[in-house]
Design a protein around this ligand. Structure first.
Ligand code: NDP
Length: 234
């Protein structure tokens, strides 16, 4: 069965691996991107999730071409790392606006069609850092922790309508986001990961696809770590 799937930030990194995993399984996959040339093979819609009007336009385009979104993967996210005393209000609010409020915008819009269809799967990409904390990432960690409360509230609010809301919390993954870390930071992280390495984006994508599959029909409000054991116990 080919479903209408939307992956925000599906033009690179973890989002692209997720988009490929759904496309390989035969789903109709739309991705959002902000600039440059999006990868081929998907319905690519330009959309900055901090802009409600762009979110609305993106959904209209996707609905026209693929029908209402049945599986939403809210993956788009940013970091603006800084120690608290040097963190500006803009560093804080812009990360919250993308990672949390941006997710609110895309989830709310997707739910319109899902409620009508009386089914839907929503998967939010959080981070191990949301539960573990991370020095220099108070803004990012707060935004990612908030996704757990957001998803669990919606799981309660809309479970009776056959909608599921789950959170995937990746550990450190080999993407542009982690390329900015120094070798020393990288080694330090890896030394704390029981599996002793970073994840590949495809390893996150496999869990996301599972959560959207029939096999996951009774899972909602869950936080699934895909972190090589880094966050064990949290
Ligand atoms: P990348 O930096 O490689 O990609 C980020 C994606 O988010 C890009 O597609 C980017 O679009 C998109 N994006 C950022 N801001 C916006 C916005 N305002 N509107 C629309 N799209 C936006 O990151 P990753 O692939 O590594 O991360 C993907 C998700 O996984 C993020 O939510 C991240 O927090 C999370 N994560 C990543 C980890 C890692 O170690 N890499 C670990 C744990 C969680 P564009 O190309 O246009 O900039």
């Amino acid at each position: 069965m080919s479903r209408s799937v939307l992956v925000t930030g599906g033009n690179r990194g973890i989002g692209l691996a997720i988009a490929r995993a759904f496309a390989d399984a035969g789903d109709k996959v739309a991705i959002t991107y902000r600039s440059g040339e999006p990868p081929a093979g998907f319905l690519a819609v330009k959309c900055d999730i901090t802009d409600a009007e762009q979110v609305e336009q993106a959904y209209k385009e996707i609905e026209d071409q693929h029908g209402p979104v049945e599986v939403l993967v809210a993956n788009a996210g940013v970091t603006k790392d800084q120690l608290l005393m040097r963190m500006s209000e803009e560093d804080f609010t812009s990360v919250i606006d993308t990672n949390l409020t941006g997710t609110f915008r895309v989830v709310k819009r997707a739910n319109r069609g899902m409620l009508r269809a009386k089914k839907g799967r929503v998967i939010l990409i959080s981070s191990v850092v949301g539960l573990l904390g991370s020095a220099g990432q108070a803004n990012y960690a707060a935004s990612k922790a908030a996704l757990v409360g957001f998803a669990r509230s919606l799981a309660r609010e809309l479970g009776s309508r056959n909608l599921t809301f789950n959170v995937v919390a990746p550990g450190f993954v080999d993407t542009d986001m982690t390329k900015v870390l120094t070798d020393e930071q990288r080694q330090n992280i890896v030394s704390q990961v029981p599996l002793g390495r970073y994840a590949q984006p495809e390893e996150i994508a496999a869990t996301v696809r599972f959560l959207a599959s029939d096999d996951a029909s009774y899972i909602t409000g869950a936080v699934i770590p895909v972190d090589g054991g880094l966050g064990m116990g949290h």
